[in-house]
Design a protein around this ligand. Sequence first.
Ligand code: DSN
Length: 478
Amino acid sequence: MSRNAESTAFRSALEVIRAVEPRVADAIGAELTDQRESLKLIASENYASPATLLAMGNWFSDKYAEGTVGRRFYAGCQNVDTVEALAAEHARELFGAAHAYVQPHSGIDANLVAFWAVLADRVESPALKKAQVRQVNDLTEADWFALRRELGNQRMLGMSLDAGGHLTHGFRPNISGKMFDQRSYGTDPTTGLIDYDRVAEAAREFKPLILVGGYSAYPRKVNFRILREIADSVGATFMVDMAHFAGLVAGKVFTGDFDPVPHAHIVTTTTHKSLRGPRGGMVLCQPELADQVDRGCPMVLGGPLPHVMAAKAVALAEARRPDFADYAQRIVDNAQALAEGLLSRGATLVTGGTDNHLVLIDVSGYGLTGRQAEQALLDSGIVTNRNSVPQDPSGAWYTSGIRIGTPALTTRGLGTAEMDQTAELIHTVLTQTTAGANADGTPSKAKYTLDPGLADKVAGQATDLLATYPLYPGVDLS
Ligand code: DSN
């Protein structure tokens, strides 16, 4: 396929959009320019391939397809069936999973589907059993009351948000922390690592229905074999949210004890992070949960997005190619080079380094909050996000951390030498930024001072660094 085909496709699409609402076409073009010119270090973002992007912009968007392949609530779903079945097949083959459900619209949706499936599978509720076998009309008001009581207050044990867990793993402000009786495990205060003995102790005491593994800001491998043993020892269902590191599992960087799929009863993921697909979610599970998982829509989810499932099929086919394993390994090599570059310049990193795709800088060592650091870096053309560090004194809004990740820059082709240069740029900005004060003289957690000339200089250096690695090199919109 010629690169010209990509330019023609995107240019034509913009021309068609421009004829209706030129401001949307302009915003799409501006987004490409912004993404091309900034050093994207958001650990959860990536750049999907042109084929993946194009698979989403079409008439599959017009189709309702509630239900599952071959068993829909709407007529005329034969082509949706084709792409959904393909996406599921690629997912099963890629991850060695018994069952794949590719309808979730996001990672949070995938987690809600998983929670529902586990509750429906595990909770001893005679009323629910009746409801499941379609005797809903036989249920009395008392049955419904019992059903709600039996499903409510079930126990979940997950990694705490400030230790790197995700908000859907039982964080109180999230629905998961309200629908479940929740407890969390943290990390060792000295090493920053998961202490499996402490997790086992918490599981023994709490006896959760669901033990959740996985993270969105933990820079280390997780031993899923040990977590499964802990789950088994207390009769818990073991669920892993691999949204962040799905690409490393797909690329066989995480194997054996570090691959969640053979160990967990149910695995959820997004498809757009290190996996490099369209924005969406997915559930993989063992056969006994498949029937409940497949009820995800309309039980939990709105109508499936067939255009996104088509893009999932394309992206998963890409991830099955041999070069994806090379990409996944380079993500980790780059993260480790970035960590070493920061450490050698005096930065403090949570856990002292990384063995996945992300690095968590504790910016309190620079006298900054995460919010100040995030904005100062953004002023300098470096896009990151602030993130809590374990036992964060600045809370979840201001935070004391900056989370950076390498999936996106690795897609562009940057390597370990450029990661060292990136570390230099980050360190320069953070050392040259000073925390500001409120009007009453008290220290501000948001205000900061950074010489605009220095910010511009760093932004220019970031652009120079990227110039050798053009983003979407086959797409010329001029
Ligand atoms: N928002 C994603 C992240 O940045 O990690 C997780 O939901």
